[in-house]
Design a protein around this ligand. Structure first.
Ligand SMILES: [Zn+2]
Length: 547
């Protein structure tokens, strides 16, 4: 009796709620992908070439070209089809040819530092007195007028250096995982609160990287230094080593100390100002204290750079052609470019390597996906998602007009990797409610590999946004960020050694399975409503923070 009653109840419930469609997963293929990806991974070999050999990969620089050429050769060797570059106008690029800085007085000390991107060079090696000029507003210009000629300027006050405490390694476990699975109510408009996209919505906190008024003041300050005949300007990076601490998903707990610097960039298109170098805070602070004690400080500085004008940026594209649905496309992507301060290992050689490896795995196994699986490695992400935006405009739709091109109807899904070396823990669903029942089934056979999180909200600041902006289903994977924020992201320590091999192996395997699942299902992934013209087209400006 009781069993019958229960059956009746179940029947009633089932009649009321339509069952989610069952995904017809190809478990045999998934098992093969796991075997090839986990047991015969080539990620560390690919990573070596992209980092130690060819990094850094600043868009428009000769090194970027070389890295691109190596990668396309490799893709061809692996048997990928239609391997090619798609170019777009980038403009001015930059490369560093030499940098050294030494404290000469009161004692010799090699200084740890790095010129900001697009900094001009010095006139060979120069030795100059160092002075403090912490100019906070235009009103301070008069105070320093006529006093800075031929000097090296310390532009910021000292910053307290704390020993390392608090969360340094970020894993998507416990509270953090729970938070990712919720959607915060957006703050009231006009109150300066954090919005729904807050997960990755940090603002730049590098000197010169602010917005609006702060940016205008920086431009005036640089002009002032130039007019006054300043030799170079030193800074020690952001004002805080705990920015965002405790805000969990939006953690930005940079630790700009212990020899790690996050130099940032000079405005790329503005008339070049004076050479600008970010120094290790400990070395910077020493000079500030010496000057406070009226001990003269002299520095020998050599910054040699080369500007490259009217360069082309490029994206690298290659694919595995589909079978019965070959005109439809599943895309995997990651940005290939990097900042110049190290070899761009976790940002984003890891993402590029994992996506390349995903295609290698599928190709090597001889699997026959129904849809075409295409990898795209973007240039210009760090200057405002330039490569992926150019691709979206050329192939899908211009955000300004939202006139859809034929390929718009053919894209099944786009998946992006750009949060460093940590393993994939789930996926940001980009507020696309219809994908949840699908992804729930896709991650079921991946839970043993740590993939458990379905995060509803939208995240920004990397290349899936270019797809989302034109109404295409673009997604960024949820990753363990590990040391990404604290240590490697946009720093001089973004090197091969910071990459966690096992996690990168996992990334490639999971990306391959997502691509394969998307290529094999009967329908393309569901989409959100099309955005209105321009509405989705807010252009990320060059000084806005990119992942
Ligand atoms: Zn990145």
């Amino acid at each position: 009796m009781r069993r019958c009653f229960a059956l009746i109840l179940v029947t009633l419930v089932c009649a009321a709620v339509p069952a989610a469609q069952t995904e017809k997963l190809d478990y045999a293929a998934i098992a093969q992908i796991r075997d090839e990806g986990l047991n015969r991974s080539q990620v560390m070999e690919t990573l070596f070439w992209l980092t130690d050999r060819y990094g850094p990969r600043l868009t428009g620089s000769p090194a970027m070209d070389e890295a691109g050429a190596w990668t396309m050769k490799k893709m061809t060797e692996w048997g990928l089809a239609n391997v090619h570059r798609e170019e777009w106008d980038f403009g001015r690029s930059w490369s560093l040819e030499r940098f050294s800085a030494h404290l000469i007085a009161p004692q010799i000390q090699p200084l740890i530092g790095f010129p900001k991107t697009w900094s001009p060079g010095t006139d060979g090696a120069v030795t100059a007195d160092v002075v403090r000029a912490p100019i906070a507003s235009e009103a301070d210009f008069a105070k320093y007028h006529g006093q800075l000629k031929g000097k090296i300027v310390l532009a910021q006050p000292a910053r307290a250096v704390r020993m390392l405490e608090g969360p340094f390694i970020v894993r998507m476990d416990g509270e953090l995982a729970k938070e990712a699975e919720t959607t915060p109510v957006p703050a009231q408009r006009g109150r300066g609160g954090r919005g729904a996209g807050a997960a990755a919505d940090e603002t730049a906190d590098q000197p010169g990287g602010g917005r609006g008024q702060a940016q205008q003041f920086q431009a005036k300050l640089q002009q002032f230094f130039k007019d006054e005949g300043v030799i170079a300007v030193f800074d020690r990076g952001s004002d805080s080593d705990t920015a965002g601490m405790g805000s969990n998903l939006s953690v930005n707990q940079q630790h700009p100390d212990g020899g790690t610097v996050f130099p940032g960039t000079v405005n790329r298109t503005a008339a070049a100002a004076v050479p600008q170098v970010t120094l290790a805070v400990e070395h910077y602070n020493r000079m500030v204290r010496l000057l406070e004690h009226d001990v003269p400080v002299r520095v020998e500085l050599d910054v040699r750079v080369r500007f490259h004008e009217n360069t082309k940026g490029f994206n690298i594209v290659g694919e595995i052609p589909g079978t019965d649905l070959t005109s439809e496309v599943v895309m995997l992507g990651a940005h290939f470019d990097s900042h110049p301060f190290a070899t761009g290992a976790t940002d984003n050689a890891t993402g590029s390597t994992a996506m390349l490896e995903a295609l290698r795995i599928i190709k090597t196994l001889g699997l026959k996906p129904r849809r075409t699986i295409r990898v795209a490695l973007w240039g210009g992400e760090e200057q405002g998602l330039l490569g992926s935006r150019a691709y979206a405009t050329a192939h899908f739709a211009d955000v300004q007009s939202m006139q859809l091109k034929p390929e718009h109807a053919k894209l099944a899904a786009y998946f992006n990797l750009d949060n460093g070396t940590g393993k994939i823990r789930g996926i940001w669903m980009q507020s696309n409610l219809a994908v949840r029942p699908i992804f729930e089934q896709w991650i079921a056979p991946l839970k043993d590999l740590g993939v458990t999180i379905l995060a509803p909200r939208s995240v920004s600041q990397t290349d899936h946004v270019s797809f989302d902006n034109v109404g295409l289903p673009g997604f960024q994977f949820v990753q363990d960020r590990l040391e990404y924020n604290a240590r490697s992201h946009h720093s001089n320590m973004d090197t091969y050694d910071r990459v966690q091999r096992d996690d990168l192996v996992q990334q490639a395997t999971i990306a391959a399975i997502f691509a394969y699942d998307a290529a094999m299902r009967d329908e393309k992934l569901p989409r959100k409503a099309l955005p209105a013209p321009q509405r989705g087209g807010r252009q990320q400006d060059a000084n806005e923070r990119s992942e």
